[in-house]
Ligand binder design. Structure first.
Ligand code: PHE
Ligand code: NA
Length: 502
């Protein structure tokens, strides 16, 4: 590719950027609830098995492809084989969709930092969130609604910040941001966890999270949930880790860095579980109910349960600033990693300069994201896109790429040697067994369950109207595949050296 495609200055820049991508909303609002619902303390077993057999092995695979073929997702896959380029574009398009709605969550979190100072939600956080998002009843959903100004303004701020970061480039933009934000995030989150642990009822919350339900280990769905959490949480198969690895020097210890990223992400996840459940334990005690009655995940946890806790706890404003500030920091470093996949692909394919690619990608994405998500329809659209992209798009991409790589191309021995060349942790048969057999099986089972769930409920997903789910779910999925194939047929810029891996 062209000379200015970017590079990390060294190992720590890469590791911080990779941790910045991995540590995100999945750690803070997804992991605690998934662990709680799938066996509590006993969930640690499937979770660690999933980390060892899928998370880390697929992270190594992503790194190896990006580093061996030194390109954005489409370029690396194009160099692997002429016809596998579409996999790269599929990953790019998934990132486009995720980026568009991820910005909305960041915008909400940003607004809630201010709301925390005034505790604007009074004593009914759920009603406040409903008014804030003007979320309509599902039946009334259309694609466009009223613009909500506080959200509109913060989405614009988010996109301006993304543009400024991306124009600065891989090292000065992406890596430096993570090198500042991630340590800050860890400090803020630690203060939050310690504060939460001193709230009355905190220990009951921890009991609720960690009490093992060993019977859960016999439930297949619990194992699928563990693998799903690991895939999402480590951002594998999105093209992100692949793109980042392409910016590393040739002599790099990929496996050593991968282990650092994998364990740092899981460490943060468990820390978040402790903090969130300590706070939920307090909330349950304050309301005189069981912890099980206050558990929720995602949007409900962050924008309804936490505001309630903030309103009831002494020093609540501080808790609010720390919590929503953490969401903003963790979310921003993930958002830029998603956008980087797209910029890198445009840069490689069309030969535009890095700065031009940043503008070409971010400005239209920002406009669509703002128009689509700053309205009263933002929440239902986000909800539907997210369900399909995560349960489907990404799992299917991982399934297709592991099968093609391991079985059709039989490419694993090459990558094993590539990883071992400089890697401080050596991979061998066990790694290939995970990537070629265990992971495709788990991924296929996950696709099966997801399909069954999405098709068999009788009503369309989430109680939204059929046309809405058809358009944003199945329609979007089909469009992604078609557009990915078309993009993979367009000619490459003269400046991209398709056959040379550097
Ligand atoms: N890994 C991130 C998290 O745990 C989520 C994410 C998914 C980030 C996809 C980037 C891309 O929250
Ligand atoms: Na994560």
């Amino acid at each position: 590719a062209t000379a200015d495609r970017g590079a990390f200055s060294g190992r720590s820049a890469f590791i911080f950027a990779a941790i910045g991508s991995a540590v995100g909303l999945g750690n803070i609002w997804r992991f605690p609830a998934v662990a709680y619902e799938n066996g509590g303390g006993a969930f640690m077993i499937p979770y660690l098995v999933a980390l060892m057999t899928a998370g880390i092995p697929l992270l190594f695979l992503d790194y190896a492809i990006g580093h061996r073929w030194r390109g954005s997702a489409p370029l690396a896959w194009r160099r692997v084989k002429r016809w596998t380029e579409f996999i790269g574009w599929w990953q790019v398009l998934i990132c486009v969709v995720i980026a568009a709605y991820y910005a909305l969550i960041l915008a909400w979190a940003g607004d809630y930092i201010f709301f925390s100072l005034k505790q604007s939600w009074g004593d009914d956080a759920a009603a406040f969130f409903g008014e804030f998002t003007q979320a309509p009843a599902p039946e009334a959903s259309g694609l466009t609604g009223q613009i909500i100004w506080p959200i509109f303004i913060s989405i614009v701020v988010v996109w301006v910040a993304v543009l400024a970061t991306m124009v600065l480039g891989v090292e000065n933009g992406v890596a430096k941001t993570s090198m500042v934000f991630i340590p800050l995030l860890v400090v803020m989150f630690l203060v939050l966890v310690i504060r939460a642990l001193f709230l009355p009822g905190a220990l009951e919350g921890l009991d609720a999270l960690f009490t093992p339900n060993w019977g859960a280990l016999l439930n297949g769905q619990v194992w699928v949930a563990a693998y799903g959490q690991i895939f999402f949480s480590l951002s594998v198969a999105f093209g992100i880790m692949l793109t980042y690895a392409s910016y590393l020097k040739k002599k790099s210890d990929l496996t050593g860095s991968g282990l650092v990223v994998g364990f740092a992400n899981s460490g943060f996840e468990i820390l978040a579980g402790i903090g969130v459940f300590a706070a939920l334990g307090f909330m349950a005690q304050a309301q005189g109910v069981e912890v099980s009655e206050v558990v929720s995940d995602g949007v409900g946890l962050a924008f309804i349960a936490f505001p309630t806790i903030i309103g009831e706890a002494p020093g609540g404003a501080l808790i609010g600033v720390l919590f929503f500030g953490s969401l903003v920091l963790a979310g921003f470093t993930s958002l830029i990693s998603i956008v980087e996949v797209v910029i890198s692909a445009v840069h490689d394919k069309f030969g535009t300069t890095r700065a031009a690619a940043s503008v070409i990608v971010v400005v239209p994405l920002a406009i669509v994201s703002t128009l689509l998500f700053s309205t009263s329809q933002g929440l239902p659209i986000l909800d539907t896109l997210d369900a399909f992209v995560n349960q489907y798009g990404i799992v299917a991409a991982a399934l297709v790429s592991t099968i093609i790589f391991a079985w059709v191309l039989r490419g694993l021995p090459t990558l094993r040697d590539h990883l071992n060349h400089r890697g401080s942790f050596k991979v061998g048969t066990i790694w290939m067994l995970c990537v070629a057999i265990i992971d495709p099986i788990v991924l296929a089972v996950s696709v099966f369950f997801a399909t069954k769930e999405l098709l068999a409920t009788g009503a369309p997903y989430g109680g939204y109207p059929g046309w809405f789910v058809g358009l944003l779910g199945w329609g979007m999925a089909a469009a992604l595949i078609v557009v990915a194939i078309i993009l993979s047929m367009l000619p490459w810029s003269q400046r991209s050296h398709l056959d040379k891996a550097d």
